[in-house]
Design a protein around this ligand. Sequence first.
Ligand code: ZN
Length: 240
Amino acid sequence: MRTLVFSDIHSNITALEKVLSIAGNMDAYWCLGDLVGYGPDPNECIKRVRALPNLMCVRGNHDSATLGEVDQQTFNHEASLAITWTKRVLNAESQEFLLSLPEKIVIGDVTLVHGSPHNPVWDYVMDYMTAVRMFAYYETRICMVGHTHVPAIWKEDTEKPSTIPVMDYHKTPILSKTILNPGSIGQPRDHDPRASYAIYDSDKSTWELRRISYDYSVVQDRIKASGLPWRHALRLAEGW
Ligand code: ZN
């Protein structure tokens, strides 16, 4: 079974549509949260995601903040402005969908969370030392996370652990306990502006990171027209 694994769409329907069209028909779709925040298309993104077949989707910190379930003070000023804007434009169906999202899903030998298995909505797994601590917090072989907006592969049996995320754009066999991050669809932060996602093949137990460029200028135009902070548009061009 081939599954499209993606995260941190952040209200960027142009990047999401590009990824879905390039990926083609998949057997299943797993979304690791943060459908909204930063960008101009929250309702469009939620509508597109919720209609995907065999969808599993967990909740991210921006999703929770948009529902008013966490203190917006924990976000930086411009992220908070976008959350306030998103709360205002979110329609009833979108709100209902975000409310329905769990913080964690276990499916077969995979755990899905937004942040980390220890603190599903808020923790970041940014480096190998953090990943090492996190291996103890989930029972399955694989844990898929988002939240950092940086694609990564952290393997428990690594002989020479690297503090920076391991990137491998080939099909990586997943044989041991592993934490996988597909990167971000709508706001990559590894200085590569292309949308980031992954394909997980559960039969072959492989993970394949992929990148695809999209026309971010039209998203920048919509950010400007919406009155959202211009910084959220600027960063799309450079991937930070
Ligand atoms: Zn995010």
